[in-house]
Design a protein around this ligand. Structure first.
Ligand code: GLU
Length: 554
């Protein structure tokens, strides 16, 4: 029996040839230097920060070169596929404005190089596998799970390399007639690649990040088609898809580096040029408990999954900046010099990517985010905060809607200045620092944080005197403060810090103690943004009401 006859027996319905597909998916007509890249997640889990880094790098590479960014759904591991994972990928790419140019989703295909879902490409894979069988570079293998386990145990025990190669690859030596007989008898099989490599020979591979690496040739006959669902393995699909989709640069996790010899041989078997590779580093973090640096974990670290950033309400651009900061060592400098440019104009350089691991640190994200949020106008911040609240906290959303003007005024305290306050790292951190501005929230927790002066009568005196005889909403901040000083002095508090320090015993306290009293009565907190602004936002009536509440509750 010829190879061609064996191939026909296995794939009787495959009538196309690999040349047909070559014509169907011609070289892309792009300008010189344009990069064709892809994000190729498997829906076996929810999108994590490592995926996000790959997707963002891909987007930068495509956009900064006038190329194409496509999304390929690598769903060949159907047993492990997770409900909702695909929807989440599309959601995240849209949410972060890193949407692919080509994709297939919701019964819609955009792009001429699809299908973009691997399980829909089965006929293509079978055509390519059939071709390999015809040219003698693939064969059916009938090793049972028990036989495979036996081989593995033997290899482990006798310290040999693990895998189906050389004499362990029993069926590579079996005649086509015998193979055909087994197929006809209905025996289960996988299709294996017939390697021609020599493990003792070396070749040089050039990774764009890690540089030249010497590898031994592959000599393992890996499965390229699984028996259960006749779908290809990752390795085979990678070669076929990235060739037909005309990928120029593969950005993928470092865990795939060890498969390079196999991919190298597979591309060679078809006579195709390999794309260029950027193997991205692992994402690391400092363990809070032990202080050691370890791999970020989807199980242990909530920030490993992309849900985290949206739930907390980090602004989109802050997350992107944080991811690119760990992806490329010169991103931070570029961002400082180009604060207003879109991130994708950054000339991503694979050489400037750490090879030992990218240390992700939430404090860094918080800093980036605080900085970014501090530069937004109060009303833009209000809009984003409200949009976040509408999705994550109905109570906050209704309060923000009711107190729109007050909220904007509050957010505007010491904002839109040269050195704006950096209070908030995300939208969820605003409410815990502003709830006291809203009467219905304020009533819920009346833990007054008084300092030196905590005598109820004295406090009431200060407040009544001030609110009834001094407060005027038309005062400038200077006028306001002068009045406070005047009253403080009148009531026995030093208005001048130097005088106070020289003779503290002459006074009940100083003007700072005095304003602390006001601040705490009005907000319960001893640290807030500018009290002058807070008073003006609350207005006299609400301040008097708060004084009554103080009287009744302290
Ligand atoms: N589906 C593979 C993964 O999620 C993709 C690797 C690649 O980008 O080639 O790990």
């Amino acid at each position: 029996m010829t190879n061609k006859e064996l191939a026909d027996l296995i794939f009787p319905n495959i009538t196309k040839t690999i040349e047909d597909y070559e014509k169907l998916y011609p070289e892309r007509n792009l300008k010189e230097g344009a990069k064709v890249v892809r994000f190729a997640p498997s829906p076996t889990g929810f999108m994590h920060i490592g995926n996000m880094m790959s997707a963002t790098i891909n987007y930068c590479l495509a956009k900064s070169s006038g190329g194409v960014f496509f999304l390929r759904n690598e769903d060949t591991d159907q047993a492990r596929s997770v409900d909702g994972a695909i929807d989440f990928i599309h959601h995240i790419l849209n949410y972060y404005h890193i949407s692919p140019d080509e994709y297939e989703y919701d019964n819609k295909t955009v792009g001429n190089y699809g299908p973009y879902i691997q399980s829909e490409r089965i006929e293509i894979y079978h055509t390519f596998i059939k071709h390999l069988i015809e040219i003698g570079r693939a064969y059916p293998c009938f090793l049972t799970p028990e036989e495979l386990e036996e081989i593995r145990e033997y290899q482990a025990k006798s310290k040999k390399r693990i895998g189906i190669y050389g004499r362990y690859a029993k069926y590579r030596y079996t005649s086509n007639d015998e193979l055909a007989a087994k197929i006809k008898a209905g025996e289960k099989y996988v299709i294996r690649f017939r390697s021609e490599g020599d493990f003792n020979k070396k070749f040089i591979f050039e990774d764009l990040t890690q540089g030249k690496i010497e590898f031994p040739e592959n000599d393992i006959d890996v499965p390229i088609m699984k028996s259960e669902n006749l779908l290809p393995t990752y390795h085979f699909a990678h070669v076929v898809d990235d060739h037909l989709m005309r990928t120029t640069h593969v950005v993928r996790g470092n865990e795939w580096m060890s498969s390079v010899p196999l991919h190298y041989e597979l591309f060679k078997a078809f006579g195709y040029k390999m794309p260029k590779y950027i193997h991205t580093s692992l994402i690391l973090k400092k363990d809070e408990e032990t202080g050691t640096i370890r791999k970020i974990s989807k199980r242990k670290d909530p920030e490993a999954l992309m849900f985290y950033y949206e739930d907390k309400g980090y602004p989109v651009i802050a997350v992107i900046d944080a991811v690119l900061t760990i992806a490329n060592s010169n991103y931070e400098e570029w961002r400082t010099n180009n604060p207003d440019k879109p991130f994708y104009e950054f000339p991503f350089s694979p050489k400037k990517m750490s090879t030992s691991g990218a240390l992700f640190d939430l404090d860094k994200l918080d800093n980036i985010s605080k900085n970014y949020l501090s530069k937004m106008s109060a009303s833009a911040l209000y809009d984003e905060y409200l949009a976040w609240a509408k999705k994550h906290d109905e109570n906050i959303a209704s309060i923000l809607t009711k107190y729109k003007d007050e909220t904007i005024k509050f957010l505007n305290i010491e904002r839109e200045t040269k050195k704006p306050r950096k209070d908030y790292e995300n939208y969820s951190s605003i409410f815990p620092k502003s709830w006291y501005m809203y009467d219905e929230e304020w009533n819920k927790d009346l833990t007054y944080e008084f300092g030196k002066i905590n005598n109820k009568e004295e406090i009431i005196n200060i407040m009544e005197e001030y609110l009834n005889n001094y407060y005027d909403s038309n005062d400038t901040q200077d006028e306001w403060f002068n009045k406070i000083k005047e009253l403080a002095e009148k009531m026995g508090y030093a208005s001048d810090m130097k005088a106070y320090k020289e003779n503290p015993d002459n006074y009940k306290g100083n003007v700072a103690d005095f304003t602390t009293v006001m601040r705490v009565v009005l907000t319960t907190k001893n640290m807030t943004p500018n009290l002058y602004d807070i008073m003006n936002i609350l207005g006299k009536d609400r301040m008097l009401k708060r004084l009554e509440i103080f009287k009744a509750n302290f």
